[in-house]
Design a protein around this ligand. Structure first.
Ligand code: C2E
Ligand code: MG
Ligand code: MG
Ligand code: MG
Length: 288
């Protein structure tokens, strides 16, 4: 009897601990949500840009726009914490529109100011909620036009998570965007509910191999084999391959040997504020 009582009590305690953990998670998410709602109006967001470089030449081909949030009440908050909260509340739609506008404005400014930025493309992360909006294609077109950019200048990065719902609006929007000339990249490839059916169903241009594979290149033969075959498969489908999270010269060398086209990672550059990126990569100003 006493044993049973102890077990029950332990069970109740566990339940209690679990509830407290859950409560904390809910509280944190509510707190972030509250702060996020005011953050756009308060202009607390900014973008940094990470170079995506060509393997052989080191040329800057694309820049990925990555959001940063400095909250008045919370300080710096990582996108890995607040993007999921913004996705849950739907706030990702106006936030994502701001990111697209700001990234396109920046790209147009660089292209105008520097000769060597004329061929640069901008890669922007898009959430499922944005792509599921019936007006999304028109929004993208309007933003490109307002900045004097051709659709080819823009790459939209989506994850396998966005595709798993098989939402017909999302798939129609992607096809329409692709027809316009906007590029589509599958981000974090290999970490989601990877289904090879996406590769035939969705009109993709680019596969971005998740950095978890790249991190294990030197230590795991299985990982090397997997990366080699992902690259070979992607190339045979006519896709561009980007290796994410390249942190060492050895990783870059291995990937080049495997036929990977493009690199992104701390070994080449961290995400940079726009002025720093321009200083490092663009030299000659355009003649006025
Ligand atoms: P992501 O799109 O896969 O972006 C790449 C992330 O890897 C970035 O983290 C980048 O700083 C980091 N990274 C790049 N190179 C290296 C490396 O060599 N080593 C390591 N350890 N990390 C590297 P960040 O900026 O913290 O963004 C995290 C995620 O938040 C992004 O992953 C993306 O899913 C999401 N995110 C960021 N900005 C936006 C946005 O504007 N909209 C949406 N919907 N999501 C965004
Ligand atoms: Mg991305
Ligand atoms: Mg990624
Ligand atoms: Mg990611």
């Amino acid at each position: 009897d006493t044993a049973m009582y102890a077990a029950k009590r332990a069970g109740r305690n566990q339940l209690c601990l679990f509830d407290q953990g859950l409560e904390r998670a809910v509280q944190e998410s509510m707190m972030l949500d509250g702060a996020l709602r005011q953050a756009l109006a308060r202009k607390e967001f900014s973008l940094v840009y990470q170079p995506i470089l060509q393997a052989e030449t080191g040329a800057l081909i694309k820049a990925e726009a990555l959001i940063r949030w400095h909250s008045e009440s919370l300080g710096w908050v990582s996108p890995d914490r607040f993007i999921p909260v913004a996705e849950e509340s739907g706030l990702i739609v106006p936030l994502g529109r701001w990111v697209l506008q700001e990234a396109c404005r920046q790209l147009a400014q660089w292209r105008q100011a520097y000769l060597s930025a004329r061929g640069l493309r901008m890669s922007v992360n898009v959430a499922a909620w944005q792509l599921a909006d019936a007006d999304y294609v028109a929004d993208v077109q309007a933003i490109l036009a307002a900045n004097g950019l051709l659709p080819e200048a823009l790459v939209l990065e989506l994850t396998e998570r966005t595709l798993i719902a098989e939402d017909p609006t999302i798939e129609q929007n992607l096809s329409a965007l692709r027809r316009l000339g906007v590029r589509v990249a599958l981000d974090d490839f290999g970490t989601g509910y990877s289904s090879l059916s996406y590769l035939s169903r969705i009109p993709l241009d680019t596969l971005k191999m998740d950095r978890s594979f790249i991190a294990e290149l030197e230590t795991s033969q299985r990982c090397r084999d997997l990366v080699l075959h992902i690259i070979a498969m992607g190339r045979s489908l006519g896709l561009q391959l980007v290796a994410e999270g390249v942190e060492t010269a050895a990783q870059a060398e291995t990937l080049t040997g495997f036929g990977c086209h493009l690199f992104q990672g701390y070994y080449f550059s961290r995400p940079l504020p726009p002025a720093e990126l321009a200083e490092r990569y663009f030299q000659e100003m355009s003649p006025v």
